[in-house]
Design a protein. Sequence first.
Lengths: 388, 291
Amino acid sequence: MKKSSILIILLVILSLGICGCSKDDSSQIKIGVIAELTGDVPAVGASCKNAAEMAVQEVNDSGGIQLGDKKYKIKLIIEDNAGKADQSASSAQKLITQQKVTAIVGPNVSRYTLPAAEIAESAKVVLITPWSTAPKATLDSKTGASKKYVFRACFIDPFQGGVLAKFALDNLKLKKAAVLYDVASEYNKGIAEIFKEVYEKNGGKIVAFETYTTNDKDFSSQLTKIKQAAPDVIFLPNYYSEVPLQIQQAKRLGITVPFIGSDSWGSEELVKLCGKDCNDYYFSTHYAADASTDATKKFIASYKTKYGTTPDDVAALTYDSFGLLWQALKTAGKNDRQAVRDALAKIPQYEGVTGNMQFKEGSGDPVKSAVILKIKDGKFTWFANAKP
Amino acid sequence: MTYIFQQSLNALQLGSIYALIALGYTMVYGILTMINFAHGDLFMVGAFFCFLLAVYFHLSFVPVLLLSMLGVACLGVIIERLAYKPLRNAPRVSAIITALGVGLFLENFTLALSPYPKHIPPLLENTTWTFGTLSISSLQIIIIVLSLVLMLILDFIVQRTKAGMAMRAISWDKTIVPLMGVSVDKIISLTFAIGTGLGGAAGVMYGLAYPVIDPYMGIMVGWKAFICAVIGGIGNVRGAMIGGFILGAVEIMVGAFFPSTYRDFVAFTLLLILLIVRPYGILGKPQPQKV
């Protein structure tokens, strides 16, 4: 009897807590962020959160956004998807139905973006993913046509995979490649397949095409097989938390050929986890912090003063996603989901901190260039540009 | 030929770590007929102890290994006292759910401290010897030898000492043994300490072999080690060791000779077939239900 009454009191308190927070304020625009704050790639989520908070603070410090004759402050609501696809979906649901946000930025990792994008699309709410490069994110799962409410700030994998294949063939002059990738992850799988296709079409030979599944730590079997196939270069389109293990195990097995990677390498955590082992390898990414324009330099400087680190590509792309959103809001002139979507779809081009983006009518994917970075003494340095 | 030898070495390394973890499952099951699903997460805590001791206290390998084993063993005993002992006479299902809860607690507690994957600095100077196309790293040898030594010590304790005899007796009949003057609580604590301590040692070695650790690392490895314990015959110490090496070998060899995408699929189909042929595991004996 006593226990059950305590339970009831607890439930009442809890439900009060839930109801208490949904007060509406008409002079605010609510923007939701879904980020990978915990889970397998927390560095990605942290960068996204930092850049989002910075972008919103800049707008609020300047008094807010002028829509019609009223200035609106921005309220940021950040949700953690814990590195899980299902939690991504429920975060999106929560932001849309409970928090009633005008638009959502994130998630970043493709396998978490897909479910959230589906929900945003069906609820007719704009979702801009900063970092998800898998083509499927902006495509309708049934018809294959472009989604109407999903946009992104980055290039897509077919472009990136092609850039890397040509880079290995033309710049590095390496004609035999091996690939090791996570077969259970949308992004890794997509880019590995495109790399293979372009590499073979341009005269290269794929000598080993090996897979593993997410959370594997032992790659010795696959790497021994790759060693047997004697490639000139090994392509690892995998996340920064796995790449160090793969490279270290490869070295322990006596593999000495160079490694190349994709934009999923581009976190400073990679260097922390890898130590010296990742030096002198190349990867493609969205922007180079050391070779940049004035607007980018300004962004990098204020990010550095605020958080003490150089912004990685996720941070820069998140900042650009918000830039796109501000522009759409201003063009729309009102705090309305549909109006923001229509304005966003009409932006022909945008000059962001990650370079110039051009949008084609009816597609949420920007056309923009990629850069190849080299890891030199634990620092990411600019090596080459690749135009679309 | 060297290819097969190289893959065998890989299999031995993976298998010895599986075997060490599987021992923890099998020992607890043997004595309590309960599956300690938190064991995989205790293994994870072992790896994090290793990280803390190596990074913040700058200890060398031997003290790191011993202190991590001790730390995890203490944690194991505390968990048994707080979470499992009150449920000793409750239905087994309740105890298993509690174990799952403890596992989730450990994961999320570590996660709350810091969600970032951690890098364990190299505690041992690694040298790689190359013979033609064959590469043997000193780390690989150390992991295999050390695991074997730990398993031999355990086997000695269980088979040749009084405490070991008491453990075997309790797993035989829990109601009669106290009448012979054996303190059941003490023996159960000791079993937990040894079992989780070995899990901690596995965590340290895993951390050395695969030096990027995260709070979720224990889940998959834990499940696989549990499978090892079952195919070896759960409750049987030698069976767990054999099971560990079998799973390691199957995983690596399937990856070596089939497309690696089919690895888990083929590996676990083989294990299923093994269980159909020998439902009690390789060394397990059918146990008639006592009424």
